[in-house]
Design a protein around this ligand. Sequence first.
Ligand SMILES: C[S@@+](CC[C@H](N)C(=O)[O-])C[C@H]1O[C@@H](n2cnc3c(N)ncnc32)[C@H](O)[C@@H]1O
Length: 268
Amino acid sequence: MSQDAWAALADPFVEGAYDAVKGRVRTFVLHTHLLRHLPGPPAAVLDVGGGAAHQSLPLARIGYDVTVLDSSPAMLAKAKQRLDAEPEDVRRRVRLVEATGEQAEEATGGQPFAAVLCHGVLMYVARPEPLLAAVCRCATPGGVVSLMTLNARTLAVRPALERRWADALAAFDATDEVGMLGTDTRGDTVEDLSDLLRRHQVTPQAWYGGVAVHRLDDPAPGRPRPGRDRRRRAPGEPARPLPAAQPSLPPRRTQIQGSRNLSATRTP
Ligand SMILES: C[S@@+](CC[C@H](N)C(=O)[O-])C[C@H]1O[C@@H](n2cnc3c(N)ncnc32)[C@H](O)[C@@H]1O
């Protein structure tokens, strides 16, 4: 097996997941939530497990000084490719660093960041604390920490939508699942993550349930794709009734924003 666990996933992630409606909505929603908490540009932002820089590039475009740190050379190569297509001023504001998130502080030379993002990464590590501790340490006192990960309370949603009822029942007691990229992913609860943040001198400030549109581009079997299968009404033909409202679904992703305590002491 390759040393770079994400080498085989880089293409499906960038060209598949992010290119679909879900990926675009996810970027937009996360970005909108983030801007409510970030100090204004040109504050320094560290994107831990930043992958192909989908979250960082929109920040660099509006003037933030961004460091994308990731352990996967393949994902950083994708980030570089996307960065190369940006104008010179945006390129100058982005730095790519190859390192594990757990070593983020050393890899960035102890630079304090006004905001540290860790989006879509915790679900891929066996234990959240070492990564989370490093993320918290990289934020300057008063700085923002932003986490986005799989919500452990919603693991029954996907099998239920796919009508795999036995799997859905089992998922009520599960803490992990096979994710959309075919790898194992681990869920966390808002409560557990909030406790961990507090333990590392970060006070949770806001929680957003993320992206309940996960079926927009992948409907249940037999259902038409929203926005497709439409035809123009013939003259005089009555309007078709609106489809029945979908039951509201619990958010599969959880996004937590915290602020590093102003009096925080650095933990070893
Ligand atoms: C699902 S992608 C998310 C990328 C990006 N944060 C986003 O939201 O688009 C997960 C990324 O986390 C990286 N990753 C996983 N474990 C990591 C670790 N321990 N340290 C640093 N990066 C890690 C992977 O290489 C991959 O690029």
